[in-house]
Design a protein around this ligand. Structure first.
Ligand SMILES: Cc1ncc(COP(=O)(O)O)c(C=O)c1O
Length: 213
């Protein structure tokens, strides 16, 4: 829904979810307009920045996420644009009370004396108990590359997507769906049916040459 359609919603929407980087074309919703509308209507704003959130690392592309800071909650997947193996999903909340629903207690996990001594109760962060240390690889990447290093990688991906899209656009054998907004280039063989596209995709997959979405 665009901002104009959102204006027609019933007077008290509870939650509006915007997307910063759609799964297919990488489109970014008009975040400042949606954030202003949420403020006017008293609605909470969640921004799914699973794909596009890493643009924040790049001084060149960061402004495309203006409005993100107004969100109550943001999701970010560094296993999409962030050079992490799965799983590297993060949920950022503006107000720590939003995590209160996760605040369950189990005597064997929450020893009162440990809590009083200031040790964190991981049960208040997730309902899962046994878990993989997924944050370790993120920490190592941030420590090694830093925001600047990741920003360079983001810039390179965006530039290469643009360059590839221009090559596709100039090639008579391909049709470019639209100029890329992040790193996804949508194109197909000119005049090909959906069945032909699917057959090519499966062939590349079974040959072990490429995984196409
Ligand atoms: C925009 C967006 N949000 C959420 C998801 C779900 O991400 P995950 O598979 O990490 O839960 C995807 C996955 O492609 C996505 O593209």
């Amino acid at each position: 829904l665009g901002p104009a359609t959102l204006e027609t919603l019933p007077p008290e929407p509870l939650l509006i979810a915007a997307t910063a980087g759609t799964t297919d074309a990488g489109l970014i919703d008009p975040l400042p307009e949606i954030a202003a509308l949420c403020a006017r209507r008293g609605a909470r704003l969640h921004i799914d920045a699973a794909y596009g959130g890493a643009l924040l690392f790049s001084p060149r592309h960061r402004a495309r996420l203006d409005g993100l800071a107004a969100a109550d909650t943001v999701t970010l997947d560094l296993h999409k644009l962030g050079w992490q193996p799965v799983a590297a999903g993060l949920l950022a909340v503006r107000d720590g009370h939003d995590l209160a629903a996760l605040n369950h207690r189990a005597d064997y996990l929450n020893a009162d004396d440990d809590t009083e001594a200031g040790l964190p109760d991981l049960l208040g962060r997730s309902l899962r108990t046994t878990r993989r240390p997924d944050v370790l690889k993120i920490a190592v990447t941030l420590k090694t590359l830093g925001r600047t290093g990741l920003g360079h990688l983001v810039d390179r991906v965006c530039a290469q997507a643009q360059e590839f899209a221009e090559l596709v656009d100039r090639h008579p054998g391909f049709e470019l769906h639209a100029p890329p907004t992040i790193g996804t280039v949508l194109f197909r063989p000119a005049g090909a049916t959906d069945d032909t596209v699917a057959a090519v995709r499966r062939q590349l997959l079974t040959d072990g040459r490429a995984v196409l979405g």
